[in-house]
Design a protein around this ligand. Structure first.
Ligand code: 5GP
Ligand code: MG
Ligand code: MG
Length: 179
């Protein structure tokens, strides 16, 4: 176990890079089988998924495309508070098999919003492919077809995920050390 300090917090290794890469390869193998003959469009959600998306795509062997979207938060006028808008989607996804590549599904609110937004554009199918899933925190019903790891409800950083925008460059995944 190694420790890192980011700003005011200490984290310790919970998923080493080698273990991550092995799981990511297994997810890619499943996708290669499930989407054979279909040319799916991978849509990676920035910023958190950039490292995962790169490693996943290196193991995809079927014809495919990849593009990137971002979620912009703005304060809504309704009681739901922060609304997230999908920006940067230039592809026509009508009739396409779309695989959403996400870093982590926590409450599931973000993915629900993505599915609603993308669903209006009439894709042939929408599939969630997340690196991490915190099943204990999921509050909306979501069909998560691909999840590399199920993890406890602790805050994590590294391998693309940030703490206050830092730590995305770390090769391993680290968990917050509770004081
Ligand atoms: P949800 O909408 O599913 O509750 O939250 C998803 C988003 O919250 C993720 O895309 C990610 O940005 C952030 N998030 C949730 N849990 C963690 C965590 O443990 N570490 C980091 N760095 N971000 C998290
Ligand atoms: Mg994310
Ligand atoms: Mg973040």
């Amino acid at each position: 176990m190694s420790r890192v300090t980011i700003k005011d917090k200490t984290f310790e290794t919970s998923l080493p890079e080698a273990e991550i890469l092995e799981r990511v390869k297994r997810i890619a193998d499943r996708i290669n089988k499930d989407f054979e003959g279909k040319t799916p469009l991978f849509l990676a959600v920035l910023n958190g998924s950039f490292m995962y998306a790169a490693d996943l795509m290196k193991n995809i062997t079927i014809p495919c495309e990849i593009s990137f979207v971002k979620l912009a938060s703005y304060q809504g006028t309704t009681s739901t508070g922060a609304i997230k808008e999908v920006i940067g989607l230039n592809e026509d996804i009508r009739g396409r098999e779309v695989i959403i590549v996400e870093d982590i599904v926590d409450t599931g609110a973000t993915m629900k919003r993505m599915l609603e937004t993308l669903g209006t554009r009439e894709p042939a199918g929408l599939h969630i492919c997340t690196l991490l899933l915190k099943p204990g925190k999921l509050t909306v019903p979501l069909d998560i077809e691909y999840a590399a790891f199920e993890i406890p409800n602790d805050f994590i950083v590294g391998y693309g995920l940030d703490y206050d925008q830092e730590g995305r460059n770390l090769r391993d995944i680290y968990t917050l050390v509770k004081e």
